[in-house]
Design a binder for this molecule. Structure first.
Ligand SMILES: [Zn+2]
Ligand SMILES: [Zn+2]
Ligand SMILES: [Zn+2]
Length: 258
């Protein structure tokens, strides 16, 4: 009686472990989602420079202001050389003791420019009309399970690589961006972590309208689960050719087929 009860506990524990293992093994793939975000464009106020003409001084660096008359030193009286001369008003300030003068602008410190108020000095603003299409790696079932039990999940994981060396997120990105044109990856690189971005360079073959193909090296950048950028790079610019790159040492580097 007690023996069979012990076995039940053991079998139950084994089943739970198996379930967790199964969940971990098959639940790691990121579901990919096409997302669009507003593009950052050149600021229209400062034309991308980040600086604008100082509104306080109009760019002159100084402002006109009433200053103490330098001739009579503010007294308003004519400073006769003879001590007992008549008390005539000062010819420069006409007896007021003040004249118009220029003073260094306090707002810009005399430079005539201030950081642009529209873009905060960055030179870039978020466009309301222009959107960029990217691919987002949604949390996997495994990660959602971890989050469910209160564990933290990585906010900037390495993109998942299949056993054949391909990256599903890049495939999806190329499909999104190519606009129906034929794009083939000839040689895959590996995503490596550079600062807080995952970068990978691959050799891509683009099909042109006249059915000619062009081969280019493209660098893909993934940050915070988002692949938003793929730009052309010179072959060997990273010192290792199109497929250069060290292997990724962080978690989440490989996964089963999605
Ligand atoms: Zn600006
Ligand atoms: Zn005066
Ligand atoms: Zn100013």
């Amino acid at each position: 009686m007690s023996r069979s009860a012990n076995h039940t506990v053991e079998i139950l524990a084994l089943l739970i472990l198996l379930a967790i293992g199964f969940f971990w093994y098959f639940g790691r793939a990121y579901a990919l989602e096409q997302r669009s975000i507003n593009e950052w464009v050149e600021c229209d106020v400062c034309a991308g420079t980040g600086m604008m003409k100082c509104p306080a001084c109009g760019g002159f660096g100084s402002v006109e202001e009433m200053v103490v008359c330098p001739l009579c030193e503010g007294t308003g009286k004519h400073q006769w050389k003879i001590t007992r001369g008549p008390k005539a008003p000062c010819p420069k300030c006409l007896g007021t003791g003040k004249v118009m003068g220029r003073k260094t602008c306090e707002r810009c410190g005399g430079s005539g420019v201030v950081p642009c108020v529209r873009c905060g000095g960055t030179g870039l603003i978020e466009s309301a009309t222009q959107k960029t299409q990217g691919v987002f790696m949604c949390p996997s079932f495994w990660e959602r399970g971890l989050a469910f039990v209160g564990l933290s999940i990585p906010s900037n994981p390495c993109p998942q690589r299949l056993h054949n060396g391909t990256y599903p997120v890049v495939h999806r990105f190329l499909a999104v961006r190519s606009g129906g044109k034929d794009v083939r990856v000839l040689q895959w690189g590996r995503f490596i972590c550079d600062q807080d971005q995952w970068k990978m360079t691959a050799e891509i073959e683009f099909e042109k309208q006249n059915s000619n193909t062009v081969r280019k090296c493209v660098e893909f950048i993934v940050k915070d689960r988002f692949l938003l950028q793929g730009h052309l790079v010179e072959p060997g610019s990273n010192g290792a050719g199109c497929s250069g790159g060290k292997s990724c040492s962080m978690v989440g580097g490989s996964a089963r087929a999605p």
